[in-house]
Design a protein around this ligand. Sequence first.
Ligand code: ES4
Ligand code: ZN
Length: 326
Amino acid sequence: TDLAALAHGLPKAELHLHLEGTLEPELKFALAERNGIELAETTVEQVRATYDFTDLTSFLAVYYPAMQVLQTADDFHDLAWAYLQKAASQGVVHAEMFFDPQAHTSRGVPFSEVIGGYRRAIVRAERELGVSGELILCFLRDFSAEYAMATLMEALAYKPWILGVGLDSDERGNPPEKFAAVFARARQEGFLLTMHCDIDQVGSIDNIRTVLTGIAVDRIDHGTNIVEDPSLVALAIEKGIGFTTCPVSNSFVTEQMKADEIVQLLRAGAKVTVNSDDPAYFGGYVGDNYAALAAQASLSAADLVQLARNSFEASWLTPARRDAYL
Ligand code: ES4
Ligand code: ZN
């Protein structure tokens, strides 16, 4: 339809994308072969058959083991380059991309290989695709705060290549306050801050309150449960906080897109954005997410234009570059 074409064609920023979540089965096989790794599956269909997620835990149980094929800077380059080309084909002109260094350093891959490869793909995308890219370092919240702090210290050597820090993985039992000192130090070092406040957890409204008023993040990833508390929604709007929602991902980890919550935030005037999260696993890149939400919530063309506009407003582009897109 025209709306789906608009969803894919509108120039947009992607603000919630895990680079490790862009590993398509075909590239997984190619990297396994290059690195001499034996995989349990031998066909793309067999790999996709394991993508039978019912919640975050069942997703993460497939997501982390797949990363073993990523070993050298070339591997990380090839992963990010494939994503950036695909994103460009769905209207992305700017991408602020999460990466999970601890998913690699914890299995012996040096931080320098990870970030060196990703950075090379970003420089290439700028030159060959006209797409700008930035990295956001995510700490894995199921590891210790000490390991997160050590990772932050290691990242300081690469400050010009890292725009901000985030927090992802399993939220249960790992609330934002566990990382308060790490995020305070990150802010001191000049990084922008965001955190996943996931959507399938009872009581997540408390975590949203903590990240808004205590940690004082610049953005919230997911966070759609905030609609449970209208006074918090008003506070987020007053602070100009962006929300990076991921409808297709939501439908996997919670069995619904959270379309009502996303539209409620859109109508309230919050800087709510639409993103792809882990597109290789959930089967939808960012344009597909705009289209899926539009179909589910009967959005208008003007709504899609507003969502794309929000993606620049909630981005961490410099004001001059952001305004050039508005
Ligand atoms: C993630 Cl869907 C999701 N939730 C939490 N952490 C993640 N890391 C990658 N995808
Ligand atoms: Zn995410």
